[in-house]
Design a protein around this ligand. Sequence first.
Ligand SMILES: NC(=O)C1=CN([C@@H]2O[C@H](COP(=O)(O)OP(=O)(O)OC[C@H]3O[C@@H](n4cnc5c(N)ncnc54)[C@H](OP(=O)(O)O)[C@@H]3O)[C@@H](O)[C@H]2O)C=CC1
Ligand SMILES: O=C(O)C(=O)Cc1ccc(O)cc1
Length: 446
Amino acid sequence: MAPTKDVSVQQENKSVGIIGMGDMGKMYARRIAKAGWRVNACDRADKFESMKQEFANTENIKIFANGHLVSRLSDYIIYCVEAELIDDVVAVYGPSTKLGAIVGGQTSCKAPEIAAFEKHLPKDVEIVSCHSLHGPNVDPSGQPLVLIKHRSSDASFQLVERILACFGSKFVYLNAEEHDQITADTQAVTHAAFLSMGTAWAAGDQFPWEVTKWNSGIENIKINITLRIYSNKWHVYAGLAILNPAAQRQIRQYACSVTELFKLILEGKRDEFETRVRAAGNFVFGKQKDELLLRDEILDQFSLSGVPKSERKPNSHLSLLGMVDCWWKCNIVPYDHMICSTPLFRLRLGATEYLFRQPDLLDDCIRFALDDDSFRSDDLEFTFAARGWSDAVSFGDFNSYRKRFEKPQEYFAPRFAEATKLGNEMIKTILGRMKILEDSREAAKT
Ligand SMILES: NC(=O)C1=CN([C@@H]2O[C@H](COP(=O)(O)OP(=O)(O)OC[C@H]3O[C@@H](n4cnc5c(N)ncnc54)[C@H](OP(=O)(O)O)[C@@H]3O)[C@@H](O)[C@H]2O)C=CC1
Ligand SMILES: O=C(O)C(=O)Cc1ccc(O)cc1
């Protein structure tokens, strides 16, 4: 029989440690173990027995009582804990790291993670960090996986590459600072926009799929993504926004863009509003010639409502106008950030592109924003919400972020099961199509 990949991996006689066996840690452990590497893993001590049971029959995974035991044994140790806890957890287990091992982390913001490693790890330990730019239930193949060679030899870095190759992801090589700059946009502002939509709908006591005016192709994206975010754990979003200074700046600009555009609407300053929206659009989309990322017939498959197309109305789309204005004011061309794109970022870019690159739609939207007041109160709620999220992030208070998150979460909870199912299908279909487009663009370049 031909030697399998598993055999060559075992021959390296290296083991991987995972500290923090939540959603991402388990996903990492399972995939790395399946590729044949020995995995030593732990979560908090009080979960030791239940974890042991859960992984009793999983080949190559051994559960330990704590991170000291994992650290002492493993050659590449990955911290998969909450971002806000990284300093505390590395302070405890870091000094137990095996002599000459490599350490990395999976948290979504790298400045505090690298600072914790530099502070608490012994000097002989190398540092190679990583970040999978997708959630635990998304197929990692073809998705970006950032690798950060912070303090390591080439040989150690190549070992990490061989270990993480089992995801089939696209490696993206960045330093920690570049990572945080780009993900501030691709992740933190993306979440801020959809979190604000959810807060506004909940504050206005609207299940958007039950209200006719929220029914059109891109509304389906807004609703499905918003519900997808609220059905998740608050700490993931809090960590990557609060701990990343670039994210705080960009989220503040998003709130400011939304507020300024809304004031122009209220004051009826048509020319100023239109000039600003078009200038932002030209900056972001002016050079784009490729086919649109999103198409009606695909978007329409993913409605939570079933309202016929003929009954749909235009929308002022303040949330999308604000995104493009924010990119313009931050001097960001989002297409340059595709290397660190998450599925949600691609959908956000697809939705704004859909509006700005179809001249009739943008004309309708500008006219509607100024002449029709049926979205005014929704836009008011949205503006409050965007500023509230920006404040929550700037104040840096995890607890108030959590409270802010949990209110809409409770409001939308009854629809999570259905929305997640539809959202997963939507993401699969739309991203499948986007990938074909992106591949053909790449092929055209070469
Ligand atoms: N979920 C996602 O979509 C993604 C998340 N990430 C990042 O990955 C990291 C993990 O996220 P995720 O898996 O979703 O979060 P989870 O909350 O599911 O997992 C974190 C786990 O670490 C455990 N933990 C906390 N302290 C310790 C400790 N001292 N020793 C051992 N285990 C500990 C937590 O226990 P307890 O719950 O009791 O605190 C929890 O089980 C985060 O930093 C997140 O930002 C990155 C990409 C995607
Ligand atoms: O795609 C998104 O934006 C998600 O919400 C999932 C996610 C969350 C945190 C990460 O660090 C990476 C991906």
